[in-house]
Write a new protein. Structure first.
Length: 480
């Protein structure tokens, strides 16, 4: 994100608006090409975590081999399919005639990246399954930065857009090689097993199939309200919705990172007592998310207008203000859905999330169309908040049902108190900001609420061990 912040203005100035638009399509497609692994990545993490935790190295190696072969096969198949539709893709994106040749070559090179992405994803998921997130991030962070560094370097050396994209594809290949080297260090030999491949493939495909349903439906839940706004309000109104959405959606990186880390732990948790899974792997992470995210979300609610004016200018403040407040509240509560999703899938019930997504898509389209038609972008934001809340509540209810947790044991009194305090904070900030109360009053009110929350966290939610580890962490940060 930091590299993109500085690189994008340079790229826009030197590439031009049309070529930058094509490059943005390339970035988007590289992200969505991960759907073509048909859920095998998450299935690989789950199977590796289960077999590795019980010391079954033969099954772990079988999972790696089968997943690699399947992902390579699907990657080549889908690469060929994408290559065939490149001419239609160029026409669909309404590329200017002068750039159609460049666009065709660019999309053709992108199709070549599919086998690299699917196979590289397999090795990354293996590392996640054995908890080597240090190795994943050691290469993932710099190589993701290359998505922006390569275009800057290419434009500095007057490379064409297809050449820039080709170098990006090469970097994806190098990333896959580095992931493979890490895997090979941990599992140096992959002997050909006489049996077990068929059963392993069935397990991976069964789990991956349900994950694929969710992966296909998820973009509809993420982006469809923009098409609703465009059709029911105006194209220009999309900008006033997309801007606050892009700000607040970045908060998702925190619960997403936590959920990725927890997923293999849920996969290994079969031997644990259900109450320990609920308290240790679900309620405790939720508590930490409340600690981290509540001050950030409250800040957006208390100072939404000032944030929009500072980042985008005063012309965005009035039309986008209410949408930003609503989305801030929605994304805060949806953060807990990431934990629920990891639990549901890690505990072996991916079909529950897939079926829920079908219901959510129908619910989102019906409520979104009605509210957007009546209230514009604020109605679209309200529909988004409603569906996000439903997703969080039902996923956590699924966890309760899977683990057979009694209703009375769902949450400790301290956690219920924290949620109540956060809700009061949201209501206070919403009321003060919407009423036009001066920032001179809102700042001390915000600080007072954050202080009360922090004191409540420390006094009632943290146990002695957590207080001790927090003090140690703060001391380390201070010495740095």
């Amino acid at each position: 994100m930091a590299v993109a912040f500085f690189a994008i203005p340079f790229i826009v100035r030197h590439a031009g608006v049309d070529r930058f638009a094509l490059l943005s399509f390339a970035w988007m497609l590289l992200g969505y090409f991960s759907l073509f692994d048909l859920g095998l990545g998450k299935a690989t993490t789950k199977q590796v975590a289960e077999s590795f935790s019980r010391g079954d190295m033969d099954q772990t190696k079988a999972t790696i081999v089968v997943s690699t072969v399947l992902n390579l096969g699907f990657g080549i198949l889908f690469a060929f399919a994408v290559y065939l539709v490149v001419p239609y893709l160029v026409r669909l994106t309404n590329v200017p005639e002068l750039l159609q040749g460049e666009a065709t070559r660019m999309f053709s090179y992108l199709s070549m990246s599919l086998p690299l992405l699917t196979v590289g994803g397999t090795f990354r998921c293996v590392l996640e399954g054995i908890h080597r997130f240090d190795q994943v991030n050691a290469v993932k962070a710099p190589f993701n930065s290359l998505l922006f560094v390569i275009p800057v370097a290419g434009l500095a050396f007057s490379l064409s857009l297809p050449a820039v994209v080709l170098w990006i594809v090469v970097s994806r290949g190098l990333l896959a090689v580095l992931y493979f080297r890490f895997v090979l260090r941990r599992f140096p030999l992959f002997p050909l097993l006489r049996s077990g491949y068929g059963d392993t493939a069935k397990m991976l495909m069964r789990f991956g199939g349900w994950v694929t349903v969710s992966n296909v439906l998820n973009p509809l839940l993420v982006f469809s309200e923009r098409f609703m706004i465009s059709a029911l309000v105006s194209v220009g109104a999309v900008t006033f919705y997309a801007a606050p959405y892009e700000i607040i959606s970045r908060l998702a990186v925190i619960p997403f990172s936590l959920a990725v880390t927890l997923f293999p732990k849920f996969s290994e948790a079969k031997e644990l007592e259900n109450r320990k899974i609920w308290k240790g792997l679900i309620l405790k992470p939720i508590k930490y998310l409340v600690v981290v995210l509540s001050p950030i979300a409250l800040c957006f609610v208390f100072f939404s207008k000032e944030i929009l004016e500072l980042w985008l200018g005063s012309e965005f403040a009035a039309p986008s203000d209410l949408a930003l407040k609503l989305l801030s509240i929605g994304f805060f509560f949806h953060a807990f859905a990431y934990i629920g999703l990891s639990a549901v899938q890690g505990l072996g019930r991916p079909e529950l999330k897939a079926k829920l997504d079908v219901v959510l898509v129908v619910l989102f389209f019906t409520s979104g169309i009605a509210l957007t038609r009546s209230y514009g972008i604020n109605g679209a934001a309200a529909a988004k908040v409603f569906v996000l809340a439903v997703d969080s509540v039902i996923l956590l209810w699924f966890c309760k049902s899977i683990l057979r947790i009694p209703l009375a044991d769902l949450a400790a009194p301290s956690l219920r108190f924290l949620f109540l305090a956060v809700l009061i904070g949201f209501a206070t900030g919403f009321g003060l900001e919407s009423s036009g109360v001066s920032i001179i009053i809102r700042v001390p009110a915000f600080l007072a609420i954050v202080f009360v929350l922090a004191w409540s966290f420390w006094k009632y939610s943290f146990d002695d061990e957590e207080r001790s580890s927090t003090k140690i962490s703060l001391m380390r940060l201070w010495t740095v």
